[in-house]
Unconditional design. Structure first.
Length: 212
């Protein structure tokens, strides 16, 4: 889903806001053209000498559980701390906050990849104090794969209305090829009754209340 990450930098911290059409309305956008322009700005390449804000922008493009974006960014000396935002947790489907911390890990990885591409490669640490925080400390070296950095702004999905079209066989083959690595199991569901059942389960999980 193509989601906006509205960075609110100030007082040494940054919060992330989400949305789609609602986000667009909230921010005064009245057309999909404005929406797409905002997406393009969010996913533009960082400048040659990116600042922390540019690197954080790439971190916010990380995959995360139910697109809740359960993180807050705080600049620290020579790096960025990524803190869990428990106001965005989903206790029905994630009672132990596993998805929250996986999401933080994904954001930290994106941030580290972007920093590496900018010649600021460093280290990622987990700080269990204060509910658990990921620390990305910048260095002065380069490293990693350029292909991983280039892929960050390309990884996206959308909340636009589904047009009903099926995924083509060539794309399904590409998915199967990409997943053909040790430790990865891929289940492609193309049968309509199974798809409908999966849809119903997802809706039920997203809308359930604790105790249901």
């Amino acid at each position: 889903m193509v989601m906006r990450r509205n960075l609110l930098l100030g007082a040494g911290s940054a919060a992330v806001a989400a949305g789609s059409a609602a986000w667009a309305n909230k921010n005064g956008m009245e057309s999909m053209a404005e929406y797409k322009a905002a997406v393009a700005e969010l996913r533009r390449m960082p400048p040659t000498a990116p600042e922390n804000r540019d690197l954080i922008r790439y971190a916010t493009l990380a995959p995360n559980g139910h697109n809740t974006q359960p993180w807050r960014f705080r600049p620290i000396e020579n790096g960025v701390a990524i803190l869990p935002d428990f106001d965005r947790r989903t206790p029905v489907v994630d009672p132990d906050d596993h998805h929250v911390f996986v999401s933080l890990g994904c954001a930290a990885e994106n941030l580290a990849i972007a920093a590496s591409a900018a010649g600021r490669a460093g280290d990622i640490e987990f700080d269990p104090a204060g509910d658990g925080t990921m620390l990305v400390r910048f260095g002065t070296g380069s490293g990693g794969e350029q292909a991983l950095f280039d892929a960050i702004p390309r990884r996206q999905s959308t909340r636009a209305d589904y047009d009903g079209s099926s995924v083509g066989a060539p794309d399904l083959r590409l998915l199967a090829t990409a997943a053909a690595v040790p430790g990865v199991d891929l289940v492609l569901i193309t049968n309509r009754p199974q798809l409908d059942r999966l849809r119903d389960l997802i809706i039920a999980g997203n809308t359930a209340q604790i105790g249901d």
